[in-house]
Structure formats: structure tokens, C-alpha cells
Design a protein around this ligand. Structure first.
Ligand SMILES: NC(=O)C1=CN([C@@H]2O[C@H](COP(=O)(O)OP(=O)(O)OC[C@H]3O[C@@H](n4cnc5c(N)ncnc54)[C@H](OP(=O)(O)O)[C@@H]3O)[C@@H](O)[C@H]2O)C=CC1
Ligand SMILES: Nc1nc(=O)c2c([nH]1)NC[C@@H]1CN(c3ccc(C(=O)N[C@@H](CCC(=O)O)C(=O)O)cc3)C=[N+]21
Ligand SMILES: [Mg+2]
Length: 289
């Protein structure tokens, strides 16, 4: 029997109705419209998709947004100058710097410069520390979106073996941390795999929950998946002009118990969590000002 398809798009839409209502309550109570500033340097294809979709998503739930589009030759000093301006701007509640940044820019230096209270991606060391300690301020957008999909699909994470392929600061590392915490959509036994992992297939075949965040189109094949496993595909790749994930959907769906598609899976959930975090940031800034 082919796998159940986990419809991230439908779940994202449903959650956005609640967020729109919370935004409207916030605006009525405070007279302030939550506002997200996004910074895009250069032209990464996955970032382009993200930018396009999130601008529209913000508008649909009543969140303001501004996109700062900078040339790929932008210097680190120029980028830092913009971040400082956004930090100081009281009308901006959330700041998102699109990754990857061009090679001449030191990513950590830029991400550290974003005010921890406006850090809707949860990249700031203080926010990462809070996540690791199990008391998050902002929930990392993609990992949290993945957790929501597991909850919605009724996938038991407690005691399950979750295998994450990828250890990036944006997806793999925070997700691994969240899955091992106590609490909902967590309590899993977690294995982290990466490019130096030996015998990858032997490990992935043990996964009750397999999450691919690699950035290689159609990398996960049917023989890497345990029959009945839940497979979550985080990848956003362009292949022959089409958007595809890190999982070979057509063959893995014949083996898995449940699988998320690309497009229509994790991507829309990431945006939904970003909307939620922007509202959280607006709420926090009012409390601290
Ligand atoms: N849907 C969404 O909302 C989002 C999607 N994405 C997409 O997810 C994918 C991953 O993104 P991101 O985490 O930023 O990517 P990175 O390139 O930062 O990290 C990729 C990870 O995969 C590992 N890896 C690479 N090759 C292999 C291999 N052959 N076997 C095992 N592991 C391997 C790397 O290992 P090592 O550490 O050793 O290099 C690394 O840890 C991309 O397609 C990206 O576009 C990203 C963010 C959000
Ligand atoms: N600081 C930072 N934070 C990020 O979260 C971040 C980033 N940088 N850089 C780029 C990646 C990629 N990413 C996507 C999010 C949603 C879709 C998305 O909406 N996907 C739709 C696309 C639908 C379509 O337009 O075809 C889907 O998968 O259904 C895609 C990609 C976030 N990223
Ligand atoms: Mg770089």
C-alpha cells in the first residue's frame, strides 16, 4: 500500500487562520502591526522561492513585511550597517537574513549582529542556548514545522528512532535537539547523519522517522527506508527546472508509511512558523520597551 501523503500545505493554511486571528487581536489591542524585515543578498534559488512565498503569506495574515534585496557583491560592513539600522527601527519586529550568504560574508558575524529579540530564525547563540535547554524563545521555523507535521499525522515520536540526515545550523542541528527534548513531538531516540557518516543506508533503514535535510535532489532511495516509516523531506532543490526534494518521492512512497511531498510539504510549514515567530517578536518587543 503506498504511503499516506502528509499535506504540509493544507496544515499550513489551517494554522495560518489561527495566526491571522491572533495578529488581528494584537493589532486591536496595541495599534501596532507586526512587521518582518527580510534581507536577501545575491540570488540563491531556494531563497528566491522562500522570499516570494513569504511576502504573500505575511500580507494574508495581516503582518507587514519589507524585503531588502542586496547585490551579491555586498560587503560584510554594508550588510552589518543594514542589520544595525533594522535592530534600531522600532517598527521592525522580526529580522530574517536569508542563507546562504555570499562567500565574502562571514555568516556567523552577521547572524550574531541580529538582535536576539528580533531573531525569528532563532540563530542567535542566546536563542540556540534556550532551545538546547528546552525553554525556547523562538521556535526554529523549519524544525518546528516538521514537528507540527508529525503531530498532525499522528506519528508517535516518543521512544521512536528518528534519524536526521543533515547537521546544518538552520535545519539538522536544531531539529535533532528538539526531537530529543522532553515534551510533545519529542522524546525520540535521535541519530544524526552527515557527509562523513559511514554506512548511511544501514542507519537510515533503522529509522521509524526519517528526516532528510541534505540539499541533494532525490538522494533518499527506497532501499534506504524501513517499510512503514514516516519520511519528512526538507530539501528544496531545482532539477530540470522543477522543484524537488531530497527524497525520491516516486519510489519511497511505495515503501514508507507516510511521506511529505515537495512542493507542498515542509516549505509552507516553515513560512507558517515564521509568521508565528514574527507575532511573538512583536509581543516580546512591547513587553521589553
Ligand atoms: N523546506 C524548507 O523550509 C527549507 C528547506 N531547506 C532545504 O533543505 C536542504 C538542506 O538545507 P541546509 O540544511 O541548509 O543545507 P546544508 O548544505 O547547510 O547542510 C546539508 C547537510 O547535509 C549533509 N550531507 C551532504 N551530503 C551528504 C551525503 N552525501 N550524505 C549524508 N549527509 C550529507 C551535510 O554534511 P556535512 O555537515 O558533513 O557537510 C550537511 O550537514 C536544502 O535543499 C535547502 O534548500 C533549507 C531550509 C528550509
Ligand atoms: N535564514 C533563512 N531561513 C530560512 O528558513 C531559509 C533560508 N534562510 N534560506 C532558504 C531556505 C529555504 N526555505 C524555504 C522555505 C519555504 C519554501 C516554500 O515555500 N516552498 C514551497 C514552494 C512552492 C512553490 O513556490 O513552488 C513548497 O515547498 O511547497 C521554500 C524554501 C527557507 N529557507
Ligand atoms: Mg558564506
Amino acid at each position: 500500500m503506498p504511503a499516506h501523503i502528509i499535506d504540509g500545505k493544507a496544515l499550513a493554511e489551517k494554522l495560518r487562520v489561527e495566526i491571522a486571528s491572533d495578529v488581528s487581536t494584537f493589532v486591536n489591542e496595541t495599534g501596532v502591526t507586526p512587521h518582518l524585515a527580510a534581507v536577501l543578498v545575491g540570488d540563491d534559488p531556494a531563497s528566491a522561492v522562500y522570499v516570494r512565498n513569504k511576502e504573500r503569506a505575511c500580507a494574508n495574515v495581516g503582518i507587514g513585511s519589507t524585503l531588502h534585496r542586496l547585490a551579491s557583491e555586498t560587503t560584510q560592513a554594508e550588510l552589518l550597517e543594514l542589520i544595525h539600522q533594522l535592530n534600531a527601527d522600532d517598527s521592525v519586529h522580526g529580522i530574517l537574513v536569508q542563507l546562504p550568504l555570499p562567500a565574502q560574508i562571514h555568516e556567523k558575524a552577521v547572524l550574531d549582529a541580529v538582535s536576539a529579540l528580533k531573531d525569528v530564525d532563532a540563530f542567535h547563540p542566546e536563542n540556540v542556548g534556550l532551545i538546547v535547554q528546552g525553554r525556547p524563545r523562538f521556535l526554529p521555523c523549519t524544525p518546528c514545522g516538521v514537528q507540527q507535521m508529525l503531530i498532525h499525522q499522528g506519528v508517535q515520536t516518543a521512544g521512536a528512532h528518528a534519524v536526521v540526515i543533515g547537521r546544518s545550523e538552520i535545519v539538522g542541528k536544531p531539529l535533532v535537539n528538539m526531537l530529543m527534548q522532553k515534551g510533545e513531538a519529542a522524546n525520540a531516540t535521535v541519530t544524526v547523519c552527515h557527509s562523513r557518516t559511514r554506512d548511511l543506508n544501514d542507519i537510515t533503514r533503522q529509522a521509524d522517522i526519517l528526516i532528510a535535510a541534505i540539499g541533494l535532489p532525490l538522494f533518499v532511495k527506497a532501499d534506504m527506508v524501513k517499510p512503514g516509516a514516516a519520511v519528512i523531506d526538507v530539501g528544496i532543490n531545482r532539477l530540470d527546472g522543477k522543484l524537488v526534494g531530497d527524497v525520491d518521492f516516486d519510489q519511497v512512497r511505495e515503501v514508507a508509511g507516510a511521506i511529505s511531498p515537495v512542493p507542498g510539504g515542509v516549505g509552507p510549514m516553515t513560512i507558517t512558523m515564521l509568521l508565528r515567530n514574527t507575532l511573538t517578536a512583536a509581543t516580546l518587543l512591547r513587553k521589553t520597551s
